[in-house]
Design a protein around this ligand. Structure first.
Ligand code: GDP
Length: 451
């Protein structure tokens, strides 16, 4: 428990109908009672209406809720004040609290207190941050699952298994003179292999989640002037990219984040791949090639009025087995029949569209959705994990493999028990049961003020 009491706005500093101010710590109740006109009615988890009064001035009419610790988010005494959503009002109320000895909270300090008071584990704390910053339905769902313990439970199950195995091996050491075998190295090795498989499954689900949080990269590729920017605009439904008749105008990469099928998509419009003219264009083209290499899915745009040209084929040949959707644009000029003719002749499955009048857009949308859904299969049961967790999982997997081989070479039980102990401690870092202070500090500093 902390001795000091902290205060911060929990809502954004914008004019809105309501704002929320949070106060947590031992002085919450005393100071709130002092500043609140309706102080006799303040009781645990009741919303009370009244005014905040400071130096004889009414600062605002508010609703105040008091939470008696440990039954609060932070586990401490807490007060939440719902005032009118004007940043000036918020700041006046906060100043009144500061004058009474309460200090401003730093980023993530409420969550850090909740964690240190055992109200949430580290995976849960990180999930709250992800929920606040989520940019897709998937992230929202995964954050909520993780707040409810999806990753924590998996890690705890594994730790329990390892602890039991370690206890059996240690018992074998204690009773070694009596020739009692608690667990044979053969079956211990089998258990360890099961642990390794579960760990590798968790690690894969964390990597998939990491990818999904970053978003799938979709890139619009094709020769200059085929209509990439126009298509980008159609997809984004807004006029962001430059549309021009002069080839090669989109010299740089334009990137937007959208959501398709609940998944975050980073959509990039590229500089046209063509013979490079000036230096700036050459740099743009180089970046495009790199971007195509990194992309998950390529939307290759072709111009129906030109057919599939040698330049188009050159670009297509550079995709190297990537997932590609072939889009035949400008069919408002040629008519839709050309798509079938070209598909038959060239052997590509073409999606006919017109970026100009929107023909074929819903077919394009469903084709994109179906490719994304295919890519997303792995992501459905994934976890939210950052580089810290992925790193711990990598090290744990490595160590698990080492322990399996120790059983194979009949290593001393004392050494194996030591390794198993280290492994449980390492996994405990994921949930935060054993985590150095500087790491905790860096995790919570990424949170916003008031969270
Ligand atoms: P980019 O260089 O591939 O990005 O191509 P732009 O989107 O800049 O388009 C090049 C030219 O083609 C512009 O004049 C667009 O108005 C025109 N254009 C793009 N899509 C279509 C289409 O579907 N039909 C017609 N008729 N013109 C289009």
């Amino acid at each position: 428990m902390f001795n000091d009491t902290i205060c911060a706005p929990a809502s954004a500093p914008v004019n809105s109908s309501l704002a929320v101010i949070r106060i947590s710590g031992p002085d919450s109740y005393r100071v709130a009672s002092f500043l609140f006109t309706n102080n006799r009615k303040i009781s645990h988890r009741y919303a009370v209406y009244g005014s905040i009064l400071s130096d004889g001035e009414i600062l605002d009419d508010v609703i105040l809720v008091y939470y008696n610790g440990p039954h609060s988010f932070t586990g401490e005494d807490m007060v939440e004040i719902f005032c009118h959503g004007n940043p000036l009002v918020v700041s006046k109320i906060m100043r009144a609290f500061f004058k009474k000895g309460i200090r401003p909270a730093g980023p993530g300090e409420f969550s850090q207190r909740a964690f240190l008071n055992g109200k949430i584990d580290l995976t849960g704390a990180e999930a709250i941050n992800s929920l606040i910053n989520a940019r897709s339905d998937w992230e929202i769902k995964a954050s909520i699952n993780q707040m409810h313990g999806s990753l924590k439970n998996e890690i705890q199950k594994l730790r329990e298994k390892i602890v039991i195995l370690k206890a059996d091996i240690e018992a074998g050491i204690d009773f070694s003179d009596q020739d009692i075998e608690f667990v044979s190295y053969g079956s211990a090795s089998e258990i360890m292999n099961e642990i390794r498989n579960s760990l590798s499954d968790i690690s894969m689900r964390c990597s998939a989640g990491d990818k999904a949080s970053r978003g799938l990269d979709l890139i619009l590729a094709g020769r200059p002037n085929v209509g990439k920017s126009s298509l980008m605009n159609l997809i984004l439904n807004e006029e962001r990219a430059i549309v021009s008749d002069i080839p090669g105008t989109t010299r740089d990469l334009i990137r937007e984040t959208i959501q398709i099928s609940g998944i975050r998509i980073n959509l990039t419009d590229t500089a046209g791949i063509c013979q490079a003219g000036d230096d700036i264009e050459r740099m743009g083209i180089e970046r495009t090639r790199k971007k195509i290499e990194d992309a998950s899915i390529v939307l290759m745009v072709l111009d129906a009025t030109a057919g599939i040209t040698a330049d188009d084929k050159l670009i297509i040949s550079s995709f190297n087995g990537k997932k590609v959707l072939f889009i035949l644009n400008k069919i408002d000029i040629t008519g839709i029949e050309i798509a079938e003719e070209l598909s038959m002749k060239e052997g590509y499955s073409l999606i006919p569209v017109s970026a100009k009048n929107g023909t074929g857009f819903s077919e394009l949308e469903s084709a994109i959705t179906s490719v994304i859904s295919g890519e997303f299969v792995d992501y459905r049961n994934s976890f939210l994990a950052d580089v810290r967790v992925l790193n711990i999982l990598d090290l744990s997997l490595e160590q698990t493999a080492g322990i399996v081989s120790m059983f194979g070479i009949n290593e001393l039980p004392e050494i194996i028990a030591f390794e198993l102990n280290e492994l449980t401690d390492r996994l405990a870092e994921i949930t935060g049961e054993i985590t150095p202070d500087d790491i905790l500090g860096s995790i919570f500093s990424r949170f916003c003020i008031g969270k």
